[in-house]
Design a protein around this ligand. Structure first.
Ligand code: 5GP
Ligand code: 5GP
Ligand code: 5GP
Length: 209
């Protein structure tokens, strides 16, 4: 049954491992002015997507990022959604990019405050690092089985994740981002209707941070 169109089908909720952003061959990283973030997964974004794998972007130039709408969330965002890009920033430019590119495409469901609040609450709900360490998978620079990583996250969160890898400066494939899926109402985690693409390898590194 076709419901009222929301302009997208589901969300990817994407978290990044800071160690893999910082030691990759593609990026260098810079810590925020408040210092090195916690050695934990942090939010990259909440991305509206279509079931066919494509996605809308930059949907509403008339609804720019407005920090005053989320002033009550800022301290939580500094902790759980830091920006590691260079030059060093306290996060506003990253949040603004995420809202304008992705968030505006789900504005019929989540206004700006709900969008950021939803991402923060998913971060609390999913506890990726805890799921991994409970299974003996630690950010110690060691190499771990892709299936073991996925099983541990599924055990911890209840849902099958997608793992995105990048390469460290020596060319080793490493755990970079973890994707989970959220229904189009923004309320419930779901099994992903479609997974992203990209190669990892069956053994991947989990670098320190
Ligand atoms: P990359 O080229 O690093 O994979 O992705 C660049 C950017 O494209 C991401 O940060 C994100 O904004 C967007 N992107 C990449 N893959 C997807 C996807 O599967 N769904 C959505 N909604 N956005 C994506
Ligand atoms: P995307 O378009 O892939 O959603 O977002 C990636 C953009 O956000 C890039 O322009 C990147 O430079 C910027 N960015 C700022 N801070 C971070 C960060 O900590 N991690 C990632 N992956 N991108 C960041
Ligand atoms: P299968 O779905 O049969 O386990 O895997 C099919 C292919 O997708 C294999 O090459 C496997 O390594 C890859 N694959 C499975 N899960 C993931 C994942 O979460 N991320 C990435 N990048 N590749 C995966």
């Amino acid at each position: 049954i076709l419901g009222i169109s929301k302009g997208f089908d589901f969300f990817y909720f994407v978290q990044q491992w800071p160690g893999s952003y910082c030691d990759s061959d593609k990026f260098s990283c810079c810590y925020p002015p408040t210092g090195k973030p916690a050695a934990d997964f942090s939010i990259h974004g909440l991305w509206p997507n279509y079931i066919n794998g494509s996605y809308p972007q930059n949907c509403d130039p008339n609804n720019p990022f407005n920090e005053s709408e989320i002033s009550d969330l800022i301290s939580n965002m500094r902790m759980n959604w830091p920006s590691l890009a260079c030059p060093s920033s306290s996060g506003e430019s990253f949040w603004s990019h995420e809202w304008e590119k992705h968030g505006t495409c789900s504005e019929s469901v989540l206004d700006q405050h709900s969008y950021f609040e939803t991402a923060l609450s998913l971060r609390q709900q999913t506890k990726i690092l805890q799921s991994l360490t409970s299974a003996g998978i630690n950010p110690d620079g060691g190499s771990y089985g892709m299936e073991n990583i996925k099983d541990a996250i599924k055990e911890g969160t209840g849902y099958t994740p997608w793992i995105e890898c990048n390469e460290d400066s020596s060319g080793n494939s490493q755990l970079y981002q973890v994707y989970l899926c959220l229904d189009s109402s923004g309320s419930n985690l779901i099994e992903c209707p479609v997974f992203p693409q990209g190669e990892c390898g069956s053994e991947i590194e989990f670098p320190t941070f």
